[in-house]
Design a protein around this ligand. Sequence first.
Ligand SMILES: Cc1ncc(COP(=O)(O)O)c(C=O)c1O
Length: 400
Amino acid sequence: MIPLAEPNLSGNEARYLQECVATNFVSSVGPFVDRFETLVAQAAGTPGAVATASGTTALHVALAVLGIERDDLVIMPSFTFIATANAASYVGASPYFVDIDSESWTLDPDALNDAIRNDFDGRAGELRHRQSRRRLRAILVVHTLGHSADMDRLDAIAKNYNLPLVVDAACALGATYRGRIASGLGTVAALSFNGNKTVTCGGGGALVSGDTALLATARHLATTARTSPNYDHDRVGFNYRMTNLEAAVGVAQMERLADFVGAKRRIAARYDEAFRDNAWLKPFPHASWGESACWYAGTVLAEDAPVDLDAIVAHLHTRRIGARRFWKPVHLQRPYADCLRASLAVSEGIWGRILTLPCSTNLSAADQQAVIDSVLAIVGVQSASHPLLHPSGNKVRNSA
Ligand SMILES: Cc1ncc(COP(=O)(O)O)c(C=O)c1O
């Protein structure tokens, strides 16, 4: 099998794990946690970082630190991994979904402005949804696929309405925005080090921010809000810290961040180049304002491509190629079907056409060529009799 995205553990991972065992530092106190946080802060361009058990827990803590609570609303894209919305639910808030733009697949600043103007009233900092009277408390933006959102425009809107700009940078370590490090922008950002991420700890996450007081509170909350070794706690906190074992893997991975991001970008560029002349295969987003970290790579079927995405994925699996669909928008998921929302036409139009393809940092050129050949063998065939052509017309099916 050529996997979709597998970890690359050929650096110092085993050695550092051995060190944890030899020194008996395996839990959330340990030198690798400190080293990992230093490396993450450097990579994010922030004065500090708080390592957490996952990206989801980092998002949860970010919203909790900002005081977002029961019945509040958080504007976010629907086109994201469900964890973004779950974090809002964990603090008792709900998402209000706004669409992405078709250039970057990230939160559309124009749609955001329209949604706030049309659906909310009140003065900045005290905006309420016109019908439900629920308070709007934050804008949560996602750097989709490792591509930065248009942060200057989103930041200006957030400031205009006196709202924090929370960033789900789960996939974005290595991305830039107008020459700046994308994951360090915004009020606070959450990173993921899940097994499928460019840099992994097995599981893990981190909060980064330019606000050191916010980071200190986040650290406190994520460490059960403990105030002394004598079982004193001053809030309902969370046991959300990363362990030294995970951080040991993370340090070894962070040592190779530049190489990993370089490999991801080369793989993405190679797919773009290979599919460039095929009218049915479009590249993943490259907006003018940033360089993507290219967490995942692949292709988008053109709207009129007469092929069935599920059939392509199934066919690639028979060739032992780990292809996959991408995020199903959150408003189409059962727990979030009733959430408030603006128009989500772009999200609804794009998600069923996205094909993610193998993009592990150690993917060999020969394996990538095999993937390219297999995709082109299916989608490049323009004969109506091809078995994988969509039988009932020329529209891509959105059936997942
Ligand atoms: C956009 C996005 N947000 C949040 C998460 C959650 O991160 P984790 O799996 O580390 O909890 C992920 C990761 O899978 C993600 O892709």
